[in-house]
Design a protein around this ligand. Structure first.
Ligand code: ADP
Ligand code: ZN
Ligand code: ZN
Length: 763
């Protein structure tokens, strides 16, 4: 078995020239080990079917697992007598194309993540489990003609004798369409045997529904607006680059019509009979976007996100691979979707932190998309009103082309933004009188208002007014958040929950008080101020159920709710044409954070939230409540705009030698035993120093180890070691042998450790 990285041996796969006796199959196994494994080909097999990218079933330990064939080789480091034989060949043609396989190898090596897990990330669960790679739709249930025609006496009898059957019958007869299992699950537990009885009686039929959204059958319902000059220019430049690699930043203020630019480009790509991948931060949050795409083109659209069932995901994946799905809209992991005829990739809101996976395989979908575009010879479009500093840095270096949309499209004008100094002002649950008055003014004039607070729950802390005790999480160095009114406590770091203490555990006083304001409390306060106006709250807590987000958004769009309260979920790409005022309740926390990226995030969030105001004919106003009206970040954003802010921030990063002016990797370690993480990292540091000696000038700087900013989380003590280098090559030279060594290290087995290349969160 070989120890070097997978990248090295993505072989040519020219089996024909090798003799069958000397063929070794190098495979990726779903395992956390940073290596591949060699096997002997199955005894009876057509060697021509053995192509990189097919799945094999192989013995591993005491069981068999599904592996992906990476390369065919005529050498191995393992004595032949110790090699096991592949038990089964699962595919006749490669599931993963060569460029895609190459991309995954690259990602495994770049992010230093085990190749088996990287492959696992790219394959739908059913394929990982060995399921056949054929498109089967989602099973759905509906009444047959007999079922629909049942007369009332039969129904009455069923109700009496088999009430559970009756419930299902009622459910199906009320439904406009055939129902998937996920829907029926919400009505009855363990309903499948009952449903089977109805099927046996001939009252219900099971059919399969394709995962493809049915715009293929309807005529496109909306037509494109006439593009303005800036939009048309951007489209022309990118369209000219179709068919070859290029990275384009569409840097357009909120409401400037970036989506229209994407739609125009998609039209050109579809005309070339190619497919388009659109990556968005979170689909559940932007159902509008999906329907906009479906309404514009008469082609099948597939969506890919975490809310799909395994079958739906498989179907979407396979229809993209076969070329049937012309447009795929997906979240982060969809960047690995296979395509028959890829033509263009679009990453909307490219600055969004959700494009970086924060656990396990810690990849950035944005950077992977750029690499993929390079490997496949495609253009990739990155869109944002607030581009990340990384991307702007790449523009400045001449690697990416920047296309600017400086003005709002159509009749919309930029909002009027002002700071509201709340020092010494009376505040009611976080709201100043001035903000309440302005809200009232806008509501009286018939507008909708959006009140933004990036903190969910009722209050961020519960305090004893008599002795100063604060409710803490038992497993983390963090305060508990009050939610569900004053009744429950929850830790937002580990998820633990408990009933709120009725009295102080230290002094038995009943004077426990909520401190600070979350969106839940804000909603209550606004209800008191505006008892006759409909309020809708949009945050993780109110949108957990499937379809909840859509319902809440509908109530905004139909005008039944005129006050929107919410967290950053509201900032993400929504288009609320009637919102004329955005009130930003509290940003002070974000102005003073230890993370060097905090100001960038803050600026992006502010600009994005502010951008929800005045997106149609009505002019918009934005009010920002703060105790720090003179803060330089606010000043530069307000007076000079995001681009000026970004330029200043990049200059600061250059002086401080921080990303993107250097390359970083973070080694994290955690353990229940508080000593171990630092011990392990100290050892890792010494090891790195030994390796590092040979790097000379371009050496890698080691910072730490230090305890993590929140040292204890979910009952584990955490620490970290930061690596920084001016040259990426130096960093990667060190990482590979260093991590191999750490993997076999004794101390390394006692802690949970992980590497994060290009970390976004520094904790
Ligand atoms: P962004 O994605 O930049 O926030 P959108 O593409 O959603 O912007 O456009 C914002 C609004 O402006 C939408 O209602 C859209 O229909 C409209 N719009 C976009 N381009 C034009 C145009 N060229 N003429 C008129 N209206 C436009
Ligand atoms: Zn007390
Ligand atoms: Zn906790």
């Amino acid at each position: 078995m070989k120890k070097d990285t997978p990248r090295a041996w993505l072989g040519s796969g020219k089996v024909a020239r090798m003799s069958a006796a000397n063929i070794f199959l190098r495979v990726a196994i779903p395992s956390p080990l940073r290596r591949c494994f060699d096997y002997l080909p199955p005894t009876a097999c057509d060697l021509h079917t053995l192509q990189p990218g097919i799945r094999l079933r192989v013995p591993f330990g005491h069981t068999t697992v599904v592996a992906v064939l990476l390369a065919i080789s005529n050498e191995t480091d393992v004595p032949k007598s110790r090699l096991k034989r592949v038990s089964d060949v699962l595919d006749t043609t490669p599931l993963l194309s060569r460029p895609l396989l190459k991309l995954l190898m690259w990602a495994s090596s770049y992010y230093q993540h085990p190749v088996g897990e990287v492959m696992g990330n790219a394959l739908p669960a059913l394929l990982r489990q060995g399921h056949a790679s054929e498109v089967k739709g989602e099973p759905v249930w509906q009444l047959t003609a007999t079922g629909q025609a049942l007369d009332s006496s039969v129904l009455e009898q069923t109700r009496r004798r088999a009430p559970r059957q009756a419930v299902l019958l009622q459910l199906l007869s009320d439904a406009p369409d055939a129902m998937p299992a996920t829907h029926i699950d919400t009505v009855q537990d363990n309903w499948r045997p009952i449903m089977r009885k109805l099927v046996d009686k001939g009252w219900v039929a099971v059919t399969e529904r394709s995962c493809l959204l049915p715009s293929s059958v309807t005529e496109p319902t909306t037509t494109a607006p006439r593009l303005n000059v800036a939009q048309a220019d951007a489209v022309a430049v990118i369209a000219e680059g179709l068919g070859r690699f290029g990275v384009y930043l569409v840097d357009g203020v909120t409401g400037s019509g970036k989506t229209e630019v994407y739609l125009a480009l998609i039209k050109s790509v579809l005309a070339r009979d190619q497919q388009v991948l659109v990556l968005v931060p979170e689909i559940g949050l932007t159902p509008q976007l999906v329907s906009r795409f479906r309404q514009r083109f008469a082609v099948p659209v597939a969506v890919m996100h975490s809310g799909l069932s395994d079958r739906e995901r498989l179907c979407a994946w396979l229809t993209a691979r076969s070329g049937e799905a012309a447009i795929v809209i997906g979240t982060r992991s969809a960047v690995f979707t296979p395509f028959a005829r890829p033509g263009l990739m679009i990453l909307d809101e490219e600055h969004d932190a959700s494009f970086k996976q924060q656990e396990g395989f810690r990849y950035s979908a944005r950077d992977v998309a750029v690499k993929r575009a390079h490997l496949e010879g495609l253009p990739v479009v990155l869109g944002s009103a607030t581009p990340s500093l990384e991307t702007l840095h790449n523009v400045a270096q001449g690697r990416y082309s920047r296309l600017v949309l400086a003005e709002r499209a159509g009749a919309a004008r930029p909002p009027d933004i002002a700071v509201l100094d709340v020092r010494k002002q009376p505040m009611f649950d976080g709201l100043s009188t001035a903000l309440v008055n302005t809200l009232r003014h806008h509501l009286d004039k018939g507008g909708q208002v959006l009140v933004f607070l990036n903190r969910r729950g009722y209050a961020p802390a519960m305090l004893c007014h008599d002795c100063g005790w604060v409710a803490k999480c038992r497993r983390c160095d963090a305060n508990m958040t009050l939610f569900n009114g004053n009744t429950r406590l929850r830790c937002h770091h580990c998820g633990s929950e408990r009933r709120a203490d009725p009295c102080c555990p230290d002094c038995q006083s009943t004077g426990l008080r909520p401190v600070g304001t979350g969106t839940e409390r804000l909603e209550v306060a606004l209800k008191q101020q505006f008892p006759d106006t409909g309020i809708v709250r949009i945050d993780r807590d109110t949108t957990r159920r499937k379809g909840a987000m859509q319902n809440l958004l509908d109530s905004v769009h139909d005008g039944s709710k005129r006050i929107l309260v919410g967290t950053q979920m509201l900032a993400k790409g929504h288009h609320f044409p009637d919102v004329t005022l955005v009130g930003i309740v509290d940003i002070d926390q974000g102005l003073f954070s230890a993370d060097f990226r905090a100001t960038e995030r803050m600026a992006q969030l502010l600009v994005q939230v502010a951008g929800r105001a005045g997106r149609a004919e009505r002019p918009g106003q934005v009010l920002i409540q703060t105790h720090h009206p003179d803060h330089p970040l606010l000043q530069i954003l307000l007076h000079e705009g995001y681009a000026a802010f970004a330029q200043a921030a990049l200059e600061e990063r250059r002086q401080a030698q921080l990303a993107p002016h250097c390359h970083m990797a973070l080694l994290r370690a955690e353990a229940v035993d508080g000593q171990l993480p630092l011990q392990f990292l100290e050892h890792a540091r010494q090891l790195a120093e030994q390796f590092g000696a040979s790097f000379g000038e371009n050496s890698v700087q080691l910072l730490g180890p230090v305890p993590a900013p929140m040292e204890r989380r979910a009952g584990r003590i955490r620490a970290q070691l930061l690596l920084q280098a001016t040259g990426r090559a130096a960093l990667h030279h060190l990482l590979e042998p260093w991590l191999q060594q750490l993997e076999s290290d004794k101390l390394g087995r006692k802690v949970r450790w992980s590497i994060d290349v290009d970390p976004q969160e520094m904790f």
